[in-house]
Design a binder for this molecule. Structure first.
Ligand code: ADP
Ligand code: ASP
Ligand code: MG
Length: 418
């Protein structure tokens, strides 16, 4: 007998028929004697709708009340799944974040989990009850509802798996695993049987939304066995979980559990980037501090930075990127500091995308970046900014070339499947 956390995303619970399908996946496991905690997202599209309503109600609004509204989507699906399971003769009970409780910090809208009370839940599991938990939500130190940031149900699931000492956390979604790149962009993307925590962490933080970054971080810290698999497979035709066998999806695991490590394992992209260019900034000490100090004070995260060489030794252009939503604020901050920075022009642009290649093999292999630049040059794609770390290279390009660039890189690194 195993203890499983099964998480189902928005498209997997999009209507009552899909919820019934989810219930059959759960039944398959309980019939085999496994203990199950299910974590559900809101129905596809619901969270976007709820967010839009808060914006329509007031452009600037109280983050606590935003959380009250956007957390409601998960309450609906948790109740509906519990009802459906009960209809199939399975003892099931729904749990909201505050009822567990799943405790978080006070950062409404993107709260971090601080602790989860798992004892009550474990008692219920041992009595044969299925716990259906509303993902994405918790309770803050102010005893008000919090939410965990977009895609946060993944993190609810992994944190719960750690809290109840589950044997595995299965993330059921609309693709059957983690691919070398987004399979919706590259038809030749290949499913990975295994991917290391570190690579998955980079892939998620660089835009592959199949897992929320914090869920991978949490799995890595607590050593949770994490698997991504499909909810669209016929529930009853699948064999129930057998912990002695490798599952059907992608296992996120330690690097040393992967036999054949590729140099590049995946390619990710993020459209959540905006570019800011300061034209003709004085080329002298202290200028970068005058630019990035006020941005940091405004809590704006700067990602890539490029400073051009000045041709006359006195002035230069400086480009950096910020998250899309922060562009208007970033421009305001820089304008307000114009006197101290002393630049000629300021230009903001959202027509850019960040494309990243990721692989732990880069630690021991030279030439990965060079290969990237060559593949892009062959397609006539201009690189606007570059950043690297030990296991990734990221470039900023014109958004119009997103698909062309990803396909070219996928082929260049030998990742194409059939
Ligand atoms: P859910 O609603 O189940 O949480 P998401 O939409 O958040 O699902 O994540 C699944 C999606 O992630 C897939 O439909 C796919 O388009 C996208 N995706 C991006 N990169 C990858 C990747 N490398 N492998 C698999 N899926 C990816
Ligand atoms: N419903 C939330 C969202 O759309 C959380 C999740 O799906 O994981 O972001
Ligand atoms: Mg998701």
């Amino acid at each position: 007998m195993a203890r499983l956390v099964m998480k189902f995303g928005g498209t997997s619970v999009a209507d009552i028929e899909r919820i019934r399908n989810v219930a059959l996946h759960v039944k398959r496991e309980t019939d085999a004697g496994h203990e199950v905690v299910v974590v559900v997202s809101a129905m596809a599209g619901t969270t976007n709708q709820l967010i839009n309503w808060t914006r329509e109600a007031a452009t600037i609004h109280d983050a606590r009340e935003y959380d009250v509204v956007v957390a409601s989507g998960e309450q609906v699906t948790a109740g509906l799944l519990a009802i459906t399971l009960q209809g199939m003769g399975i003892a099931a009970r729904s749990w909201l974040g505050w009822q567990l409780p799943l405790n978080t910090d006070e950062v409404h809208g993107s709260a971090r989990i601080t602790s989860i009370e798992g004892d009550d839940l474990m008692d219920r599991l041992s009595q044969g009850q299925v716990a259906v938990v509303a993902g994405f939500q918790g309770i803050g130190p102010d005893r008000r509802i919090t939410t965990l940031g977009r895609g946060g149900s993944d993190t609810s699931a992994v944190a719960l798996a750690a809290a109840v000492h589950a044997d595995r956390c299965d993330i059921y979604t609309d693709v059957n695993g983690v691919y070398t790149t987004d399979p919706r962009i590259v038809a030749k993307a290949r499913k990975l049987d295994r991917v290391s925590y570190e690579e998955m962490l980079e892939m998620a933080s660089l835009g592959a939304k199949v897992l929320q970054t914090r869920s991978v971080e949490t799995a890595m810290i607590h050593g949770v066995q994490l698997q991504v698999r499909s909810s669209f497979d016929e529930p009853q035709s699948l064999a129930p979980t057998d912990m002695s066998q490798v599952g059907p999806g992608t296992l996120v695991c330690d690097e040393d559990e992967i036999m054949e490590q590729q140099i590049v394992s995946g390619i990710a992209y993020s459209k959540d980037e905006a570019k800011v260019t300061l034209i003709k900034v004085a080329d002298k000490p202290g200028v970068a501090a005058n630019i990035f100090g006020p941005l940091a004070d405004a809590s704006i995260n700067v990602d890539m930075i490029v400073q051009n060489v000045s041709d006359d030794g006195t002035h230069t252009d400086l480009t950096f990127t910020v998250p899309n939503d922060d562009l208007p604020r970033a421009l305001k901050v820089i304008e307000a500091a114009k006197d101290e920075i002393a630049y000629r022009d300021l230009v903001g642009s959202q027509d850019v995308v960040k494309v990243s290649v990721i692989g732990v093999g880069m630690r021991s292999h030279a030439g990965v970046a060079a290969q990237m630049f060559k593949a892009l040059a062959e397609k006539g794609i201009n690189i606007q900014a570059i950043t690297t770390s030990e296991i990734k290279v990221s470039i900023l390009i014109d958004a119009a070339y997103t698909e062309l660039a990803i396909r070219a890189l996928h082929t260049a690194y030998g990742l194409d499947g059939d």
